[in-house]
Each structure stands twice: as C-alpha cells, then as structure tokens.
Design a protein around this ligand. Sequence first.
Ligand code: GRF
Length: 212
Amino acid sequence: MKRRTAILISGRGSNMAALIAAARDPAYPAEVVLVVSNRPDAPGLALARDAGVAATAIDHRPFKGDRAAHEAAIQTALRDAGVEIVCLAGYLRLLTPLLVDAWQGRMLNIHPSLLPAFPGLDTHARALAAGVKLHGCTVHLVTQAVDEGPILAQAAVPVLPGDTAAMLAERVLVQEHRLYPVALQNMAEGREGLPASREAALLNPGPRPADA
Ligand code: GRF
C-alpha cells in the first residue's frame, strides 16, 4: 500500500512536480493524494492538476493573521484526504504547533542549503558571501524551530568561480529534485534514518581532469 502523501506549496512547485513524477512509478512507496497552497495564484496548483492530482488553495489572508485557524483548515483537508505523510515544498508560512505537533515525525521539508549552515532565506547569496566551496540542499523533519529538525538527507554541489546566486540556485535545484523523492521514499518505507544515496556527495575542488 502506497503511503498517502500531501504536499504544501506557496509558489512555483518544481519540487512538488518532482515528487509527483517519482510517485507515478508503480513501485514507488508513496502516492501524492493532495496538494495544498496557501496562495491561490501559486503556479504549482495548475501543475498538480495537470498531473491529475487534487489541488486546493487554502488562502491564509481571510484568516487575518490567525495562523492556527488557517492551519486548522489545512488539517481538515489533510484528514479528509486520509493523508499519512506531509511534504513542505516551498511552503512559505511559519508553522504553529497545531500542524507541527499533529505531524511530528511525518512532516518533511526541503531547504536550499547544507543545514545547519544558512537556515532562513537568501541561502545562495549568503553561501556565496561566506565563500563556501560546497553548498547544497537538505531534507529534514519539521519541528517548531525553523530549519532545525533532524536531517534526513543532503546533496552537495560545488560552488564555482563566477557563480551568481541564480546560477548556484539552479545547480542546487537540480539536486533538490533528485533528493526529495529519495527522502520521501525512505520515509514511506520506514527507513528515514538511512542516507539518501551513496552518490549524493561531491568534493570541491574535485580532481582536475588530468589527475582524474
Ligand atoms: C526550493 O528551493 C526549496 O528548497 C525552498 O523553496 C524553493 C521552492 O521551489 N524551500 P519550488 O516551489 O519547489 O520550485
């Protein structure tokens, strides 16, 4: 039985699309049964519907700052859909204990840095400013402390000379789309403690072609 999974988004939805694509494989242990966006204009909603996945907007604005009431509406939608695992994928709202506690150990997030480095926003620009030579992405369990939950999987990319934040973001995003489906697979199979894959690490600088 595939584990019933929901994805919470706020925007583009490229990680959501990667999860939906992975879940199409009959052998994949999770199915995406619902996508929820807090923004009715999120492009990811149309992407999900085009892929045949139920997608709904639960706009936070009518709740006028009552975060718990907004989350209660989301929680009702998740329960109604029989959801077992929740993936945050570019969901740009701080969560309250209502959702965090309800989904403890069963809610994942993807963050565009090698946590614990660069929690929060503008991770790529901050990585460039810090001069790190490796950057990447992390899938972690969601806890009340933002970007601090137990790390489930990471993928690294090199920071290259001349990189802009946009170039680095693009390189990281390729790995996000590989990593998140693997992390969800591990979670759905009850193997969340295992590393994502043996290939998910790079060294920078790597060997020059002549030395390789
Ligand atoms: C991704 O970089 C993700 O790591 C971060 O927000 C971005 C969402 O992009 N949490 P998308 O909506 O999945 O395309």
